[in-house]
Design a protein around this ligand. Structure first.
Ligand code: ATP
Length: 511
């Protein structure tokens, strides 16, 4: 645990040092849980967006993308249930004055017990090696069984309490589990209260309830209210999807852990409209698709796991999270929700406008069911950054900081460098740069020794460095150095575009 937290600190300072992420309004000591993306962060973020957008919109004939406004009619949030039910249960520790999400405290307690089971399994594996049958061990070992029963019982109590809005029940569970505040170490808790997460502001110059509007807490509603606009103008046939990337705002109770939980963040959401009764098939389909999309990045298959929701949101009949092994442990990266016809029906009711689809095959009108995939762009950013960041020990005993980013996501694909700042090498390097820059983001670097320049590019994740030397002037060849192997090959300038282009293209991820 200690090691992982330290690791997060290293990542935060690396991200700042190299222009990926800065605390927002830093000259005024920052604003809690808000961050700015710097010159390299913006590039990485854009590349993650492209990976998502291309895989959703470009790769699926039946998915289109929109860009709806952040401000929406206040009735939207009444209809969606956010005004009445977008609450988190909060609890304060009276000694440290720290505020926590009550459900998160309980989840963390469960995770600790799960770790105990994992430890027992690891011990068995160490002792018996390949012959060890993990499933059988889990089904028979008394320690594991006892711990699993504990988890089941806690989850059961939490589910019942949260679903029944029984805040006293949540409080009692925290007390019964003996959960202490990580800061003060005491169990001196306030009661559990509900807290609405939406930010509100006023539209125009008139104040008062009539002009109160909200900053959207999810991008999904912009898709729902445009369902018919898109379906009609795009002549979309069910099943079809509408995708959107955009900002969302939540007044999070506990906003810590860097860009994992922010008050202003970005979501990449897709609502998939299906025939009523077919939603479970599509729910399973999208769970698998989305997991594959994550794994294709090559950040390590072990780093992902699926977690079924204990408490279903007010709109869902099934929900699961894709969790990622962040520096703080496994946490939600993406949610896949079967939202039923809840949202469209609600909007239909409140707006008085029909939001139905005429299915020509069935010869029938209906309100479609919806399966949603919703991934946080900033959490994607953190998953990519944290799993790519390494301090690598080299053969000569030195270390290098390297970001082994998936090539397609790297801010710069190639760094072009003249070996020396004279003999016509910079001019030649500029020529090479001009050849490449139409197809990929390049950076030119002529300062310091070659070794130092390579290290700089390693630290920002640039997959290739192209060095222009005296031989280049004679035979139009350059050396190309790979970030991960640190090997250099000599290739002709003419081949550069193809060699690098193929490796850094998104195609390699999609295939
Ligand atoms: P959590 O349980 O962590 O609060 P959630 O279940 O409320 O998340 P959803 O409403 O399912 O989250 O939102 C979809 C996605 O949006 C999440 O999987 C996450 O990646 C992202 N997200 C949600 N809240 C935040 C936040 N405060 N900061 C950054 N990303 C967020």
């Amino acid at each position: 645990m200690q090691q992982k937290d330290d690791n997060l600190k290293d990542i935060i300072s690396h991200a700042k040092e190299y222009g990926f992420v800065f605390p927002s309004s830093e000259i005024y000591d920052g604003l809690a849980a808000t961050y700015d993306y710097g010159q390299l962060g913006a590039e990485l973020k854009n590349n993650i967006k492209s990976y998502w957008w291309k895989s959703m919109v470009q790769m699926h004939e039946n998915i289109v993308g929109i860009d709806s406004a952040i401000f929406m009619h206040p009735s939207v949030w009444k209809a969606s249930g956010h005004v009445d039910a977008f609450n988190d249960p909060l609890i304060d520790n009276k000694d440290s004055k720290k505020r926590y999400r009550a459900d998160v405290l309980i989840e963390e307690n469960i995770e600790k017990i799960r770790q105990k089971i994992n430890k027992d399994v690891a011990k068995g594996l160490k002792r018996f090696g390949d012959d060890f049958d993990v499933e059988q061990f889990k089904a028979t070992n008394p320690n594991v069984l006892r711990n699993q029963a504990k988890i089941d019982s806690i989850e059961d109590r939490m589910r019942t309490a949260l679903n029944n809005e029984d805040l006293e029940g949540v409080y009692n569970l925290i007390i019964d589990l003996g959960i202490a505040c990580p800061v003060s170490g005491t169990k001196n808790w306030t009661e559990v209260r509900q807290f609405n997460l939406m930010f509100s502001t006023e539209l125009g110059s008139v104040s008062g309830d009539a002009s109160k509007i909200y900053l959207r807490p999810e991008t999904a509603q912009g898709i729902f209210v445009n369902f018919l606009n898109v379906q009609k103008t795009g002549r979309m046939k069910i099943p079809f999807g509408i995708a959107q990337i955009g900002k969302a705002f939540r007044n999070e109770i506990v906003a810590r852990q860097f860009i994992f939980r922010m008050r202003e963040f970005e979501q990449m959401e897709m609502q998939f409209f299906v025939r009523p009764g077919e939603e479970m098939k599509w729910y399973e389909y999208w769970k698998e698709q989305r997991m594959n999309w994550h794994k294709a990045l090559g950040l390590g298959e072990k780093n992902y796991r699926l977690h079924d929701h204990i408490k279903l949101a007010h709109y869902a009949n099934a929900a699961a999270d894709i969790e990622f092994n962040f520096p703080m442990g496994f946490k939600e990266l993406e949610g896949i929700h079967s939202r039923t016809d809840f949202d469209l029906k609600q909007h239909q009711e409140l707006s008085g406008k029909k939001l139905q689809y005429f299915d020509t095959e069935l010869n029938e009108n209906y309100v479609p069911y919806v399966v949603e995939t919703s991934v946080g762009l900033d959490r994607m950013f953190l998953s990519v950054l944290s799993s790519s960041f390494k301090n690598e020990l080299l053969e000569d005993g030195k270390t290098r900081a390297v970001l082994s980013l998936p090539y397609a996501l790297a801010p710069y694909k190639v760094a072009v460098m003249p070996l020396l700042k004279r003999d016509g090498l910079p001019e030649k390097a500029r020529e090479v740069m001009n050849l490449l820059k139409f197809d990929m983001n390049c950076i030119y670097d002529e300062k310091d020794t070659a070794g130092k320049r390579y290290r700089r590019q390693d630290a920002i994740g640039t997959p290739f460095c192209v060095m222009i030397d005296h031989q280049t002037l004679e035979d139009e060849t350059v050396t190309i150095r790979n970030r991960d192997t640190m090997k250099q090959d000599r290739v002709s300038i003419q081949e550069l575009n193809t060699i690098i282009g193929e490796k850094v293209s998104f195609n390699s991820l999609f295939k």
